[in-house]
Design a protein around this ligand. Structure first.
Ligand SMILES: C=CC1=C(C)c2cc3[nH]c(cc4nc(cc5[nH]c(cc1n2)c(C)c5CCC(=O)O)C(CCC(=O)O)=C4C)c(C)c3C=C
Ligand SMILES: [Fe+2]
Length: 414
């Protein structure tokens, strides 16, 4: 049974999937065994469409496993080669997100590597973006959005140029690590003679089902991280995250329904952080560690009371608390959708964990999202003493590919 058929059955309804499983559909570890075959869990069957108004992987729930990868076009590769590459990448993304084997598997004879065999789509998303340098290399400078102007330098930056920026960027996410790695290998092979990897970062989040009920994920500092994100129920949700369908003057038409991704590799100084008492850690953020509730009381979803004073007359949520400073109300309304992965790359040269946050945030314009907030954080965030920004990227992520289109077609064929 092909991965596609598996999806078609199990993805349609759990009961149907179960029924087919019972009549012998091969679902992985049980294949070839005499035991009755068990249907995929919902983690395997969960499927997100490739085609749509927006690219997947922006407002879709963050997955357990992720790869961020930037490519530079190779000498001799221009607009034509870039268009062919985006066409190949889009075809692979569509195929893999549907749970089918890769058509350009890269093994001898082009067969699929088999890394994701037996698994369902597992919420795989693949998201493509263009970096500032892409536009000169492809002689599309006139189509470069001004929103791709370089990010300002911040005092807390320790940026490694080799792990920053890039002509092209891909974000891969899946709730299965093998499905995510399979997509990574396939897309790397698709790059062929057109582009080479500039940098790659691997991340993770909590697995679905690990907690008794779904909840906001924790980061490697142990904090509930994501509470203050814009909510789909809020009237300005789309406006904050996406470029309008009819972009304003100054924004090229090909960015309609697109978004801008700011990517920061943020090292956490975990040895220092873990020296703090929980009470002190909570003062740094302004929220309780156990349940993410504001220090002013309530539950995770209760609004912070920024004016509340304690018995000693000082602010309950300190003036330099991270959650206070980063609030839209403290930044002229600037807001972003944070969709990060944690990372851990072993022990660094200094003997401390090379671990932290692959901070990915999405906004309609970086000057209305990341930039003003980071400027403010840079000046007085209590968290700054415990983190270090080590790499940075800003990418224009075009709207989703409609049926029959590839991602970026409206730019590359403009
Ligand atoms: C410039 C943007 C931001 C960076 C960089 C950033 C780094 C960073 N944040 C945490 C942990 C938490 N952040 C929280 C809230 C929060 N952070 C930002 C922005 C940046 N964070 C925003 C916009 C917000 C939401 C503020 C609001 O509207 O309430 C929180 C509190 C819980 C939550 O709302 O998610 C935590 C915890 C780390 C560890 C980190 C770098 C490693
Ligand atoms: Fe934050």
């Amino acid at each position: 049974m092909s991965r596609r058929r598996l999806l078609g059955t199990a993805g349609a309804a759990g009961a149907v999937g179960l029924a087919l499983g019972a009549v012998g559909g091969a679902t992985g570890y049980a294949a070839g065994s005499p035991e009755p075959v068990t249907a995929l869990t919902t983690i395997g069957t969960d499927y997100l469409p490739f085609h749509g108004v927006h690219q997947p992987g922006i407002t879709t729930p963050v997955q357990a496993s992720g790869h961020l990868i930037a490519f530079d076009l190779l000498p001799g590769a221009g607009r034509k080669e870039a268009a062919a590459l985006l066409r190949r990448w889009s075809a692979s993304a569509r195929t893999l997100m549907a749970g089918e084997p890769a058509t350009n598997g890269g093994g001898a004879g082009g067969h699929d590597t088999g890394i994701a065999l037996d698994a369902g789509p597992s919420s795989l998303t693949v998201t493509f973006g263009f970096g500032r340098t892409f536009f000169d290399r492809t002689e599309l400078t006139g189509q470069r959005p001004e929103a791709l102007d370089p990010l300002p330098a911040f005092s807390n930056d320790h940026l490694d140029a080799g792990r920053s920026d890039g002509d092209l960027w891909i974000q891969i996410g899946s709730d299965d690590a093998l499905v995510a790695f399979h997509a990574l290998r396939t897309l790397q092979k698709d790059a062929g003679a057109a582009a080479r990897v500039r940098w790659q970062m691997n991340g993770f989040n909590r697995s679905p089902g690990a907690t008794p009920q779904p909840m906001t994920s924790r980061n490697l500092m142990g904090q509930i991280d994501g509470t203050g994100n814009p909510k789909p129920s809020e009237p300005d949700y789309d406006r904050r995250i996406f470029v309008p369908s009819a972009p304003a003057a100054g924004t090229p038409a090909w960015m309609a329904d697109g978004s801008y991704a700011v990517v920061r590799r943020i090292r956490m100084l975990l040895d220092d952080w873990e020296q703090l008492t929980v009470a002190r850690q909570e003062q740094v953020i302004g929220r309780r560690k156990a349940d993410g509730a504001p220090l002013t009381g309530g539950t995770e979803t209760t609004e912070m009371d920024l004016d509340k004073l304690g018995r000693d007359g000082s602010l309950v949520i300190p003036a330099n608390a991270h959650a206070r400073i980063s609030k839209p109300e403290s930044n002229g309304g600037a807001a972003m959708l944070r969709r990060p992965f944690s990372f851990h790359d072993g022990i660094g040269d200094d003997g401390t964990p090379d671990a932290g946050l692959l901070f990915v945030c999405w906004q309609a314009h970086p000057l209305k999202g990341f930039v003003p907030v980071q400027r403010k954080l840079d000046r007085g965030d209590a968290l700054s003493a415990f983190i270090r920004h080590e790499a940075s990227g800003l990418f224009a992520v075009p709207g989703g590919a409609r049926q029959g289109e590839y991602v970026g077609q409206r730019l590359l064929e403009s």
